[in-house]
Design a protein around this ligand. Structure first.
Ligand code: ZN
Length: 498
């Protein structure tokens, strides 16, 4: 085989994988936004076929030969191509180590698990979900060995979401945060809570839709390349850097839910839209890791979106969208309301201060489950005990306890820490950004172009071209979780006059 031919085959392989992904994504997007209620069956059939074909395409022995051929010639390859071969070889090795029958069995299980979890959550009945969760845990322990048998199982799983991160790293990261956040939270709770009752007034969906359009404009999202849809649980879906979709959900009595969903998902979208053209339709298109992706969404949501300068900038416009609801409210009051800190039960509704404590509960449980020191039957008890210990709240039922998140039902163990890491990366990015430029002058005028340009330059354009740890280093310097703790301390001390 000539090198030229091999490179052409490599490009063709990646375009085909992109096409399967794009087709599956279209079906998923349709199913979660506009498709009629009882139409899931046919999409399920199509998705199953597409997943099977994609697996067949990528796990073929010829692919392994092609990748080996190119890897042997890696010194003569352009950097992006070399990285593609490196990444694809890693994925190929992992995939082909999983026996085909186990792979298929697992695909059926996760499909079924999502349905069982939905029903168990609705009925608030952990026993319903328990047998499925037991199987999911057993599979993941086994798969961890296929991913990297030299690592402890949970380390191997963590590595899948944030390469280079392991339990030793996270133990120290979370310990640092806990030491700082818990006393801060206690001090906050002794203060008078801000009034946030005006957020619960009735905000008609039509007004909220127009407000979403405005927010996307402020974020600098080009509507010719980024659309917004409505769904149950907001998410972002990327096809390529010219076509990204975000979603939101409108609650008439909870206006900040959609507001911060749009800004959060908008942050994910900015990342995907900012990836270089030359990486499109290759395995390097797309954000580099879950943690870095969350750093971008949470940067826009919290560091910018929940800052006083940003709220002051957009508040006059908000009062135009919602005159009956916000006429008697000031920007300062709004700022305090959307930063109200209080221990709660639900992770996705948690404030910036307590959010990481929710993640820590899940981390402790996953670590023990995958490490084999916690039985699935003891998950609810452990969950409730840790919520009491970390957040001081009593969990009334499993629906608002260990059944609240979808992650485990999808087979994701090791994902949760990415949320906390993303928050911490973001705080350090902000510190570096502030050293490089005037962040808050333009933001206070509603101009986010400088912020976008900085993130685009340091993070977005690279996609998967660098290792996640190198992207973090490029934007944050040496990672140091105390920067995030300092940020929280400063913000909440000011908010609560501590
Ligand atoms: Zn997110």
């Amino acid at each position: 085989m000539e090198l030229k031919e091999a490179l052409a085959r490599l490009a063709e392989l990646q375009r085909k994988m992109y096409a399967y992904q794009a087709a599956s994504s279209s079906l998923y997007l349709d199913g979660t936004t506009v498709a009629p209620k009882d139409t899931a069956e046919g999409r399920g059939v199509a998705l199953g076929v597409l997943a099977g074909e994609r697996h067949k395409l990528f796990s073929a022995p010829e692919v392994g030969e092609l990748l080996d051929f190119l890897w042997e010639r890696r010194d003569g390859l352009d950097h992006p191509v070399r990285r593609q071969v490196e990444e694809l070889r890693r994925s190929y090795g992992q995939l082909t180590r999983i026996p085909a029958d186990e792979y298929m069995e697992y695909a059926v299980l996760t499909n079924q698990a999502s349905d069982v979890w939905h029903r168990a959550k609705e009925a608030s009945d952990f026993q319903l979900f328990r047998p499925v969760l037991e199987k999911l845990v057993a599979f993941n322990i086994k798969f961890a060995g296929y991913y990297d048998s030299s690592k402890a199982p949970y380390d191997a799983l963590l590595n899948e979401y944030e390469r280079g991160v392991d339990m030793a790293y996270l133990d120290s990261f979370f310990a640092t945060l806990r030491e700082r956040i818990v006393p801060l939270l206690h001090a906050v709770m002794e203060q008078e809570p801000p009034d946030d009752s005006f957020l619960r007034r009735r905000y008609p969906v039509e007004g909220q839709r127009r407000f979403s359009d405005y927010l996307m404009e402020v974020l600098g999202l080009d509507r010719a390349h980024c659309a917004i849809g409505e769904t149950e649980h907001p998410y972002t879906l990327e096809f390529n850097n010219k076509d990204v979709r975000i979603t939101t959900h409108y609650h008439e009595d909870n206006m900040d839910f959609s507001m911060y969903s749009v800004i959060h998902e908008g942050g994910h979208a900015k990342y995907e839209l900012g990836i270089a053209d030359e990486l499109q339709y290759t395995c390097l298109a797309g954000g580099v890791s879950m943690g870095v992706h969350e750093s971008q969404s949470r940067f826009y949501e919290n560091l910018i979106g929940r800052s006083l300068p940003f709220i002051q900038a957009i508040f006059p416009k908000m009062q135009e969208f919602f005159p009956g609801q916000l006429a008697d409210v000031t920007a300062e009051q709004f700022y305090r309301a959307v930063n109200k800190a209080q221990p709660s039960l639900i992770r996705t509704e948690a404030d910036e201060l307590t959010y990481c404590l929710h993640v820590m509960v899940r981390y402790e449980i996953e670590k023990q489950l995958i490490g084999g020191t916690l039985a699935v039957k003891d998950v609810p008890g452990t969950w409730n005990r840790l919520y009491k210990e970390y957040l001081g709240v009593d969990v009334p039922d499993d629906r608002r306890g260990c059944l609240q998140d979808s992650h485990w039902s999808g087979g994701s163990f090791g994902y949760f820490p990415s949320y906390a890491l993303g928050s911490a990366y973001g705080a350090q990015m902000l510190r570096n950004m502030e050293r490089d430029m005037d962040v808050w002058g333009p933001v206070s005028r509603g101009d986010l172009s400088g912020v976008s340009a900085w993130l685009g330059e340091k993070i977005h354009r690279y996609g998967g071209l660098m290792e996640p740890a190198d992207v973090v280093k490029n934007a944050c310097g040496q990672f140091d979780p105390t920067v995030f703790a300092d940020y929280l301390e400063k913000k909440y001390s000011q908010l609560y006059a501590l």
